[in-house]
Write a protein that binds this ligand. Structure first.
Ligand SMILES: CC(C)(COP(=O)(O)OP(=O)(O)OC[C@H]1O[C@@H](n2cnc3c(N)ncnc32)[C@H](O)[C@@H]1OP(=O)(O)O)[C@@H](O)C(=O)NCCC(=O)NCCS
Length: 153
């Protein structure tokens, strides 16, 4: 991701119903992505034809337990779901993370059954749950995957 991508990405993130439920506004996404870029988080985007940066994988190195990569956000612009972009982004993030970490950890909302199915298919399994962690009425499920060390592919 480059800084010119931030504003359009923040726009489509804020339009996704999941993040509206978390009150994640375009302004908050913009601020978060600017800080992430400055901190050198892992920020991967995908383009489709003339739609640039219509998907984003945002990972924080050592963001889980000071050890594992934390997948802070994975999203694809509405209208482009279920075309394989999310799987492509996640695979690229895993390959990059495997250079310096052995695991990737993420949170997924209890009500987001589609995303849970997606992550399970990508080899993640639920290892825990935190009730009311972000929203009082939602349990965040902790998903985890052991990464194949780079060089062992
Ligand atoms: C989850 C998401 C990143 C997957 O990317 P994608 O490009 O749509 O996924 P792929 O084409 O690689 O895989 C398709 C699978 O994604 C999941 N998926 C599709 N649309 C989805 C949506 N609106 N919300 C959540 N998951 C979705 C389904 O499991 C789907 O499998 P199915 O076709 O058998 O139902 C993307 O759909 C998205 O941005 N969803 C909204 C935000 C979200 O839920 N992010 C994850 C937060 S933890």
């Amino acid at each position: 991701m480059v800084s010119e991508d931030i504003s359009p990405i923040a726009g489509w993130i804020a339009a996704i119903p999941l993040w509206q439920r978390y009150d994640y506004s375009a302004e908050a996404a913009q601020r978060g992505l600017e800080q992430a870029l400055a901190r050198a988080d892992l920020l991967l985007t995908v383009d489709v034809d003339d739609a640039f940066a219509c998907g984003l994988a945002w990972c924080v190195p050592r963001g889980a337990f000071g050890r594992s990569y934390y997948l802070r956000l994975l999203g694809v612009q509405s209208g482009l779901h279920s075309a394989g972009l999310g799987a492509t982004l996640l695979g690229a993030a895993e390959r990059e993370a495997a250079h310096s970490a052995s695991d990737l950890v993420l949170l997924v909302s209890d009500f987001n059954a589609d995303a849970q199915r997606f992550y399970q298919r990508q080899g993640y399994r639920q290892v825990g749950a935190i009730p009311g962690y972000v929203l009082p009425d939602v349990t965040e499920l902790i998903f985890w995957k052991r990464l194949v060390p780079s060089g062992a592919h």
